[in-house]
Design a protein around this ligand. Structure first.
Ligand code: NDP
Length: 313
């Protein structure tokens, strides 16, 4: 099959990818967008989105992504199903191969492949997905006002999520596998000072229970020690905060990444170390990871791509 030649290829269909597509289409870059492994991205697995500007009554994550897709499509983006399987960024045009067998040669490439929240791998996390299990306190915390929740993890994200939830929920447990937090001192101090956060050190989660939704978690204290003990806590929500994995694997060989794999870009800009390759959204953002910040960086990536193509070609 002959390689397809494009001016602008976008990989990923979260808020970053679709917003890049909207801007690239309006700039006549005739973009092709490949949806990737999870069409619509992480928002399709959250429930209600109440913090995306412009929706006074909130909107379901799926609806928001359907709307963005429709908007990109109406403006002319060629949206395709498919997952990138190989990339060659050694020279321009940049080459990306997809699981439909097609190889695309693009003058400008926008990587918006997102990140995936890490889960413990318990079957109950799937069983109660959307029924009390969440990996985003900012997205779902509002539904746990005056309820009891648990946050798994002891890093900065877990502390942030626990603090955010402590302002809404009546009680927040932190389930921490070690005898200490990994988070920065300032975050540790804040969670220690919050009167409604209780840290369960040296606890691991065995499973969840509840008839229709999460009603509690089964934990083990001091796992593998002589004093090992089973503990149950009654909770309404179970939040994972054990880190995210950026979906940057295909590109790490060619781009700078931090130790967690997030693609490094110029400060405040989506430009990578390769001219014409841009990274937008969660794949390049270990800090904010919000739909609206992802959308904004997608916009910036398309504007940068347009300027790059005007100047260089
Ligand atoms: P981290 O990798 O820093 O922390 C992950 C936490 O989850 C650790 O406590 C780890 O435990 C725990 N964990 C991992 N796997 C498991 C498991 N299978 N079971 C139980 N617990 C588990 O990730 P974060 O997302 O917290 O932070 C990522 C980076 O982003 C860090 O550099 C952080 O400093 C930064 N960040 C900064 C913020 C800020 O400055 N405001 C806010 C958020 C993040 P253990 O310690 O035992 O390994």
């Amino acid at each position: 099959m002959e390689n397809e030649k494009l001016r602008c290829l976008i990989i990923g269909s979260g808020p970053a990818g679709y917003t890049a597509a909207i801007y690239a289409s309006r700039a006549n870059l005739e973009p092709v967008l490949y949806e990737g492994i999870q069409p619509g991205g992480q928002l399709t697995i959250t429930t209600e989105v109440e913090n995306f500007p412009g929706y006074p009554e909130g909107v379901s994550g799926q609806q928001l992504m359907d709307d963005l897709k429709l908007q990109a499509s109406r403006l002319g983006t060629d949206i395709r199903q498919g997952v990138a399987t190989a990339a060659d960024l050694s020279a321009r045009p940049y080459r990306v191969t997809f699981d439909d067998g097609r190889t695309i040669e693009a003058q400008a490439l926008i990587i918006a492949t997102g990140a995936a929240a890490r889960y413990l791998g318990l079957p109950d996390e799937k069983k109660y997905a959307g029924l009390g299990v969440s990996a985003c306190a900012t997205c779902d915390g509002f539904f746990y006002r005056r309820k009891t929740v648990a946050v798994v993890g002891g890093g900065d994200t877990a502390c942030e999520e626990a603090l955010y939830l402590s302002s809404l929920a009546s009680k927040v447990y932190m389930i921490v596998r070690k005898d200490r937090l990994r988070a920065s001192h300032v975050m540790q101090r804040r969670v220690m000072e919050a009167s409604n956060i209780e840290i369960l050190f040296e606890h691991n989660t065995l499973g969840l229970y509840g008839e229709k939704a999460v009603e509690g978690a089964m934990l083990v204290k001091g796992m593998g020690t002589p004093g090992e003990e089973r503990v149950s806590i009654d909770i309404d929500g179970f939040f994972l905060a054990i880190g995210h994995t950026p979906n940057s694997g295909l590109f790490r060989q060619w781009l700078d990444t931090d130790e967690a794999g997030y693609i490094k870009t110029l400060p405040g800009r989506p430009c990578t170390r390769l001219a014409g390759v841009f990274a937008a959204g969660d794949v390049a953002d270990p800090r904010y990871r919000q739909a609206v910040t992802a959308a904004a960086s997608g916009c910036m990536a398309a504007i940068e791509a347009d300027r790059y193509l005007l100047e260089k070609l």
